[in-house]
Ligand binder design. Structure first.
Ligand SMILES: [Zn+2]
Length: 231
């Protein structure tokens, strides 16, 4: 009997140790999620999972996805879930996972629970970065991305920027960042989607609110502090 109990205790400790932690970043386009995500994965070595990146990669060989993204419309849940499941299978998740912009619907949130439990993982924190429409439009219109390393720049803040400061790659404007109507549409879709998600997770202790108007460094400090506390 004593042996069994000690075995169970050991096993529980091991399971607790092995349980993979997931962190989630949610916020409207332009809220700096991508920039924060970059810093977080460098510091904690998590697997980075951005539905935006996965979709932009998939659109290269899928015309259907290309058309949906161009119009700023919704991607069906089933498609996103399929792409995420494939991505988790292909990559190492031992240090943890950072989800960027996922889940966006209740259906995705429920499926995420399933995907995670199958991979012995669970949600630890959901960071909600808030930003208003006016600031969102301003930031996205001035956003430029390095064609080599993917670093984001704002031409508002660095007016002379045409090359990447890190790798000297050429900067470009993402297709979906040019059109104000598309930006507004993406913001409104986000607003509409986030409300039920917040309700869904309200009773959990996952939610941490972050003010997106704060400086990049300050936001990173807050996020890091919270991750260390719960990791
Ligand atoms: Zn670069």
């Amino acid at each position: 009997m004593k042996d069994i109990l000690s075995y169970i205790q050991k096993r529980r400790k091991w399971l607790k140790y092995k349980m993979i932690k997931c962190f989630i970043l949610l916020g409207p386009p332009g809220s700096g999620k991508g920039t924060q995500a970059n810093k977080i994965i460098k510091k904690f070595n998590f697997l980075y999972l951005s539905t935006g990146d996965i979709l932009r990669n998939a659109e290269k060989y899928d015309e259907n996805i290309r058309n949906i993204l161009k119009k700023g419309k919704l991607i069906p849940d089933s498609l996103i879930i399929k792409l995420i499941t494939e991505y988790i299978k292909k990559n190492n998740i031992e240090n943890g996972i950072l989800f960027d912009g996922f889940p966006r619907t209740i259906n995705q949130a429920k499926t995420l629970d399933l995907i995670l439990s199958k991979n012995n993982a669970k949600i630890s924190i959901i960071f909600i970065i808030s930003l208003n429409l006016k600031e969102t439009i301003l930031r996205i219109k001035s956003r430029r991305v390095c064609s080599i390393c993917g670093t984001n720049y704002s031409i508002e803040h660095n007016k002379s920027t045409d090359k990447c400061k890190i790798c000297h790659g050429k900067l470009f404007q993402r297709n979906d960042d040019e059109n104000e109507k598309v930006i507004i549409n993406r913001f409104l879709i986000y607003e509409k989607q986030i409300k039920p998600i917040l309700l869904y997770y309200k009773k959990s202790n996952f939610l941490v609110n972050i003010n997106g108007l704060e400086k990049e460094e300050e936001i990173f400090k807050q996020i890091t502090k919270n991750i260390i506390k719960r990791n």
